[in-house]
Write a protein that binds this ligand. Structure first.
Ligand code: SF4
Length: 464
């Protein structure tokens, strides 16, 4: 409740060694989410039980699905002498009891500080016969003190390429693209698959959490749901004709890795949230399908334009405050600029190159009217102080913004991760033209509800 009543405006002190209510989540959560997008994969947290419980429970609370993951369960002994024995025991137990095809190990702050060498430990496990034939142990280093959830997602996705991608021929498969979707909802992954299929292309989506974290209720618990990118698909990424990385922070590193390892050329685009970013995605896909855009996609774009025209009168001159992951923030800001809402305050605790430059490009001549911060001091406390000094009309971000919303009476549109206090968000995509329609409908809804709630009776209208 610290945010709710104790933030004051006035002069804002510069902080260098203190973060209050961070605008980021810890790095292994991103790695765990990415690993869940491999078919029959069990994520494994190499560290203490507390870290793993936190990561699992946060994912479970956001997706309202059971999230399976294992842990090396460090005790005082492993904290001093290293976690090799724990990881060997874990690998043996997991393959014996749960029988996944892949164990995806990510590190935590503790195992990184000790300096455990995961490839060496996995090699030793193979020598000891702990990894059955046809099964795999992959890894990503994810110390949270140098990254955040998006970098964890990026590191684990890069690991998929490092461990599995193969180039079997210098001639690449025409008409088949890899798409690295970034950390988006399972519904977004489903929507990306629909768009690429509508463009007439074959697709390998890596990772793919649809049908993993949005499973239908069947009454039967599946340890490994039917979704996820298969190992065969991961191998085949090296033979695709191109890779499209959606979001430079989450998806850029794996795309670069694939180019270096298998010679698959790549394009790194913004996350396709909003009109312009989706246009870029469609234009990139068009390079691989002979240059056409099907009527279905053109119609969706047309409907979005029509909706923007209808809604613009309500959006014009409004202001918003945003927090979250860099890839999301850049595309969201661009969407808001398109409809004449100024993203007045933008903060992210996630490190990543070029965020400030990307934001400046999106804001164009309004960049001097906008506060953008990144890094340890770019937290929700700072954001709230700015809002106290000069309020905005709208908040867009994860659940943690509800304290600011309640304290200052500003409507909140929940977006990003985690959303802990609502159900159903994971079923509605925000990518693509249809996703933008959904987002704009959510935004307009809170504006008009505010108008209904606050206006005098003589201005309370049935038709708006
Ligand atoms: S920040 Fe580090 S110690 Fe804390 S939960 Fe994440 S990995 Fe564990």
């Amino acid at each position: 409740m610290t945010l709710l009543r104790h933030t004051r405006g006035g002069e804002i002190a510069e902080r260098h060694a203190l973060t209050i209510n961070p605008a980021k989540t810890c790095q292994p959560i991103g790695a765990m989410y990415a690993a869940l997008g491999i078919h029959r994969c069990l994520p494994h947290s190499h560290g203490s039980q507390g870290c793993c419980s936190y990561h699992r429970s946060t994912l479970s609370r956001h997706y309202k699905e059971p999230v399976m993951a294992a842990t090396s369960s460090f005790t005082e002994g492993s904290s001093v002498f290293g976690g090799q024995a724990n990881l060997h025991q874990a690998i043996s137990n997991i393959f014996t009891v749960y029988q996944p095809d892949v164990i995806a190990v990510h590190t935590t702050c503790l195992s990184e500080t000790i300096g455990d060498d995961i490839p060496q430990i996995a090699e030793k496990a193979a020598e000891l016969g702990l990894i059955p034939e046809g099964k795999y142990v992959i890894h990503a280093n994810t110390p949270s003190y140098v990254g955040a959830a998006p970098t964890g997602f990026a590191n684990m996705t890069s690991a998929m390429v490092k461990y599995f991608s193969e180039s079997t021929s210098p001639t690449k498969t025409a008409g088949r693209v890899n798409v690295i979707p970034g950390w988006v909802e399972p519904a977004d992954m489903r929507e990306i698959k629909r768009i690429v299929a509508a463009m007439g292309l074959d697709l390998i989506l890596l990772p793919d959490t649809s049908d993993v974290l949005d499973c239908p209720q069947t009454g039967i618990h599946e340890m490994f749901p039917k979704g996820g990118t298969t190992i065969d698909q991961l191998r085949a990424t090296g033979d695709s004709c191109a890779t499209i990385a959606l979001g430079p922070v989450c998806s850029g590193p794996a795309a670069k890795e694939l180019t270096a390892k298998c010679g698959v050329r790549h394009a790194t685009l913004p996350l396709p949230i909003g009109l312009e970013a989706t246009d870029q995605f469609i234009l990139e896909l068009r390079k691989h399908n002979g240059g056409y855009v099907p009527q279905e996609i053109a119609d969706e774009r047309g409907r979005l334009i029509d909706l923007i025209t209808d809604m613009h009168q309500y959006f014009y001159h409004k202001t918003a405050a945003l927090w979250g992951d860099p890839d999301q923030l850049v595309s969201l800001s661009q969407l808001l600029m398109t409809v004449d809402i100024l993203p007045k305050y933008v903060v992210t605790g996630t490190p990543g190159k070029k965020f400030l430059k990307r934001m400046a490009d999106v804001l164009e001549d309004r960049k001097t009217d906008v506060e953008v911060r990144q890094g340890p001091g770019a937290d929700l406390f700072l954001l709230h102080q700015w809002i106290k000094n000069d309020p905005v009309d709208l908040l867009i971000g994860n659940t943690y913004g509800k304290y600011i919303s309640r304290d200052d009476g500003i409507p909140l549109v929940r977006h990003g991760f985690p959303i802990l206090d609502r159900v159903g968000h994971q079923y509605f995509p925000t990518v693509g033209y249809r996703g933008a329609i959904r987002l704009l409908e959510q935004i307009l809804d809170v504006f008009l509800q505010r108008q209904d709630d606050d206006c005098p009776e003589e201005q309370f209208e049935l038709t708006m």
